[in-house]
Design a protein around this ligand. Structure first.
Ligand SMILES: Cc1ncc(COP(=O)(O)O)c(C=O)c1O
Length: 385
């Protein structure tokens, strides 16, 4: 089947909800993916921040194969050694104070879980979230998504107050004894990669403590390791009450995780939350292998040092207006439409993402990339601009 035939086949039978690269990816190895004609692409998009340890890492492949031979799935109605081992590992790497995890299958579900827990724990309804944020497509997570274009098609949603991201005063003016939680993306990625100033995140924690509201960090893109710290909140020495992750946590196998502070975890009892597939054995084996590779190959440190290098050298390219981000979550704003830059890079064998900012492209690569990959990207970008 050639690419034209493939496009018409897939588009005929699938809802047309995704704008796709004109590309078929059939194989991946490390930081590269390959199309059906064998053309190689440097993957600086990481399948949207999912391929955290690179494509088909041998240890991840083996963990999935070994687990598949033993047991592919059994539900949360029974105990499971691999689920137990992963839960322990996750709580051990989490910020101090986190006591337990809940497994689901996606970022949206991890966020739904966090919102439910916050509302039940506080007995309050109101959520404060940030303008231009993105938290997922289910009704609950969409309700706290500040980016209007995703929300406006589906009304009514749950009540949520939106305040400008990075502006502590607005939160101070909005938060009250009615607030169940303040929800924030550690770094606003889809918006165009925006990070708040030093002091903001600690300020949010303090305001939440004063009003008895919970602080929820959406780390769906940032944990594990992407910002050069295992959790982005480590960068600001904040321990949120609830932290969510998904994307890269199992190296490409679906998994969502909601991390819950000890004192909140203790209040949660049988039947309050559930997910058939959450904590399935293949996903747990994949996640455990992913975290072990991240630790053994020092990928958090790599994300930090390659990320620092990238911020510096990309910002030296003439016509780059701004480079934003932390570690290997990077937004590059130029004076050209993001889609145009993306298309030109694709023709040079480099995959990058776009964003909701019309002139910002995003790099969300596997955490294994090296400085030479950034050099290659930067040289091509320079020529394009
Ligand atoms: C910050 C953030 N939160 C939540 C989500 C939703 O995750 P999922 O698509 O796995 O439901 C995303 C997805 O892009 C995200 O970037």
């Amino acid at each position: 089947m050639n690419l034209t035939e493939l496009i018409s086949l897939e588009d005929r039978y699938q809802l047309l909800t995704y704008k796709k690269f004109p590309l078929d990816v059939v194989r991946g190895k490390g930081k590269y993916v390959y199309d059906s004609e064998g053309k190689e692409y440097l993957d600086l998009y990481g399948g949207h921040a999912v391929v955290s340890i690179g494509h088909c890492h041998p240890k991840l492949v083996k963990a999935i194969q070994d687990q598949a031979e033993k047991l592919i799935f059994y539900s949360n109605a029974v105990y499971s050694p691999i689920r137990a081992e992963l839960s322990k590992l996750l709580v051990e790497v989490a910020p101090k104070g986190i006591g337990a995890v809940f497994f689901s299958n996606s970022g949206a579900e991890a966020n739904e879980t966090a919102l439910k827990i916050a509302r039940k724990f506080t007995g309050r309804e109101e959520i404060i979230s940030m303008e231009n944020s993105f938290h997922g497509r289910t009704v609950g997570s969409l309700s706290v998504t500040g980016a209007k274009k995703y929300r406006d098609q589906v009304r009514p949603l749950l009540d949520c107050k939106f305040v400008p991201f990075g502006d502590l005063e607005s939160v101070r003016n909005s938060i009250s004894e009615r607030t169940a939680a303040v929800m924030v993306e550690a770094i606003q990625s889809l918006a165009g990669v925006y990070m708040a100033k030093q002091g903001y995140y600690q300020g949010l924690q303090k305001l939440c403590e004063e009003k008895g509201a919970l602080l929820i960090f959406d780390e769906v893109q940032t944990m594990p390791g992407r910002t050069g710290a295992m959790f982005a909140c480590n960068n600001w020495e904040v321990t949120p009450d609830l932290i969510t992750t998904a994307k890269g946590i199992a190296g490409g196998i679906p998994m969502g995780v909601t991390f819950v502070k000890e004192e909140i975890a203790k209040t949660i009892t049988y039947g309050e939350q559930g997910s058939t597939f959450g904590g399935g054995q293949i996903a747990c084996a994949a996640s455990k292998a992913t975290l072990e590779v991240i630790q053994e190959e020092k990928l958090v440190e790599n994300a930090r040092s390659v990320g620092e290098y990238a911020l510096k050298i990309i910002s030296e390219v003439p016509k780059v207006k701004e480079v934003r981000g932390l570690g290997l979550l990077i937004g590059v704003e130029t004076d050209l439409p993001g889609g145009e830059v993306q298309k030109k890079l694709l023709s040079k064998g480099i995959l990058v993402g776009t964003s909701d900012h019309p002139k910002t492209i995003r790099l969300l690569p596997p955490l294994i990339i090296e400085r030479t990959d950034i050099d290659r990207f930067t040289n091509e970008l320079r020529k394009i601009l």
